[in-house]
Ligand binder design. Sequence first.
Ligand SMILES: [Zn+2]
Length: 221
Amino acid sequence: MTPVIRIIRLGGVNCYLVAAVDGFVLIDSGTPEKRKALDAELEDAGCRPGTLQLIVLTHGDYDHAGNAAYLRHKYDTKIAMHPLDAGRVERADWSWNLKPKPDKFEFLFRIVALFIRPGEFDTFQPDVILEDQQSLTDYGLEATVLHLPGHTKGSIGILTSDKALFCGDLMDSMGRPSLEFFIDDMTAATASLTKLRSLETDRIYPGHGKPFRLTHVTENR
Ligand SMILES: [Zn+2]
């Protein structure tokens, strides 16, 4: 099954609406500030209460988890994520389970981050805890969860049966495709990249930037 994908771009953050059996799966949810735009996109795609099988979060950052609790309520659905990032969304603590100092934080983005502060966040507990190699077929999606630590410890990717990979923030393509501008643990990120290179992937859909292929990815820009 080829998932029909709608790329929902919300101010530099990507969410992906994927066709599932009897509805949709949403990968990531954007920031609360972009809620109206997200609502409009989901409505336009025909997403109605009862048709959203699952919200999968690639990791527990504010800009990816910001509408998860809101959508769970609106669509009467479930939120799935990896346990090693769960404490972040349960507490709205964006440094939870990160190193005191990240191994990499690109200069330009460090400057940008000085001017951006996360706003109000609806904390929540995930309903479904995802582990490496877990199948999502119970939610109507022929895909496997890959634990891809590096950006955060609980970062995951979703690899569909037709080899599309949603990589969260392990990699971005805001410049040349590479490991993301923020890497908590470089050793883990490099290992995640090696793991992906041992698998067959087609297009990669990142949390930030346009789709790319793994062969174009470098460890540093
Ligand atoms: Zn992000």
